[in-house]
Write a protein that binds this ligand. Structure first.
Ligand SMILES: [Zn+2]
Length: 408
């Protein structure tokens, strides 16, 4: 059996007044996804337990069949896997966004989609001025801080523990993408060890104020990165390999380290598409081609596309519809054409979580999915969207149960 999973990140949404009461999925022209709906089973699945923050980390773990309440330790330790940063027992990884905050308000959690080069330069300054040993008043080394550059605004701080780290499960950070245009004061890190994190954030503000990278950015008409924002902290998780559970050899195609990291942690091969960007300008056709190539020598291929989520974060309904149509035309369509060449095949299309374009933030709640292919009985839907999914009686309250249905 060949299995394909397509994840249009954050595509699930609410009815829009501007679309005459339709959701972006309903409004998008997506013949391939709709043909899967006619062939297969459409339903709802809830990938984010109520006690966890809705985001791709928790939600993809669910989608891949793991109970996040059992295995999730935080976002950053998943990204470090894809970045090639090894965490030892006791070490903590912390997400280090480069952000634009003006007058205490979160204006841009991406610092204007800062370039890799600019980001690397700023993270280099943080490492030089704030990285290194942390000592107790008596001079004992408690830990070592390492700032690691990643892709664009997505960077990592590692706390190498020499003594037990000051953080714990009650150490909380706020995803900056969920507080657009909000005052940041009440969203600063809290709980054990948060004073250290707040201090680093404060110091980064001073270091970035007159930084040459920011002067250049402003001169070029770009927003500066005004400081780093620390969140998503956790220790390394332990997961059973996907192949050990299901005897299925997988591959992951994604442009974002978080989703790559989750896939790699499950033991899937990571396949990079050089022209994929993780943004609205990504090379959809190349992702489709790479998926078709990858399925030749894997049992399962997962293609993740970040673009619909990014469109929601920017509050752009049209861009979201455009992204969904591109995914349908260049990824789901070609896959639906090729898969029947294999004797047994199945496809699953599902977002990880909801990202309503009105709130521009992730939200809890069930998402629509469709499974089609060998042995899947159609359940009478003609379209793949939130409304058709809700009209069926199928709801996987625990999203990780869906993988059992897909692989059965
Ligand atoms: Zn998002």
């Amino acid at each position: 059996m060949k299995y394909v999973i397509v994840i249009p990140d954050g595509c699930a949404d609410d009815p829009q007044v501007s679309l005459g009461g339709k959701t972006p999925l309903q409004a998008a022209k997506k013949p391939a996804m709709d043909s899967a709906a006619k062939l297969g089973q459409v339903g709802l699945s809830n990938n984010v337990p109520a006690t966890l923050t809705p985001a791709s980390d928790v939600a993809t773990l669910s989608l891949f069949g793991y109970d996040p309440l059992e295995v999730y330790t935080g976002r950053a330790p998943l990204e470090t896997v894809a970045m090639g940063i090894k965490l030892n027992p006791g070490d903590w990884a912390i997400r280090c966004n480069l952000v634009n905050i003006v007058d205490g308000v979160m204006k841009d959690f991406t610092a204007d989609h800062i370039t890799n080069d600019d980001g690397r330069d700023l993270i280099g300054t943080l490492q030089e001025k704030l990285g290194g040993e942390i000592k107790s008043p008596s001079g004992k080394v408690l830990g070592v801080l390492e700032f690691h550059p990643g892709v664009s605004y997505r960077n990592i701080l590692v706390y190498r523990a020499k003594e037990p780290a000051p953080f714990g499960k009650d150490t909380k950070g706020q995803p900056p993408h969920d507080i657009p245009d909000k005052s940041v004061e009440s969203f600063l890190p809290s709980g054990p060890g948060s004073d250290l994190l707040k201090d680093l954030m404060k110091k980064s503000e001073a270091l970035f104020l007159e930084h040459k990278v920011n002067k250049k950015r402003i001169a070029e008409g770009h927003k500066p990165a005004t400081q780093c924002w620390l969140w998503g902290m956790g220790v390394s998780p332990t997961l059973r390999k996907f192949a050990d559970i299901h005897n299925v050899k997988g591959a992951i195609i994604s442009a974002v380290d978080l989703v790559r990291g989750v896939g790699m942690l499950l033991g899937w091969n990571r396949i990079d598409v050089p022209t994929a960007t993780g943004y609205l300008d990504t090379d959809y056709a190349a992702k489709g081609r790479y998926a078709i190539e990858a399925i030749k020598n894997h049992d399962l291929v997962c293609v993740h596309i970040e673009a619909p989520d990014e469109a929601s974060h920017e509050g752009r309904v049209d861009a979201k519809i455009e992204a969904l149509e591109q995914i349908d035309r260049h990824i789901v369509g070609p896959l639906m054409n090729v898969l029947p060449n294999y004797k047994d095949w199945r496809i699953l299309v599902s977002p990880d979580h909801r990202t309503p374009v009105q709130t521009r933030a992730h939200s809890h709640g069930a998402v629509p999915y469709v499974i089609a292919g060998t042995g899947i009985v159609a359940n009478g839907q003609t379209a793949y969207d939130e409304v058709s999914a809700a009209s069926t009686s199928i709801l996987h309250a625990k999203g990780h149960d869906l993988m059992k249905v897909f692989l059965k």
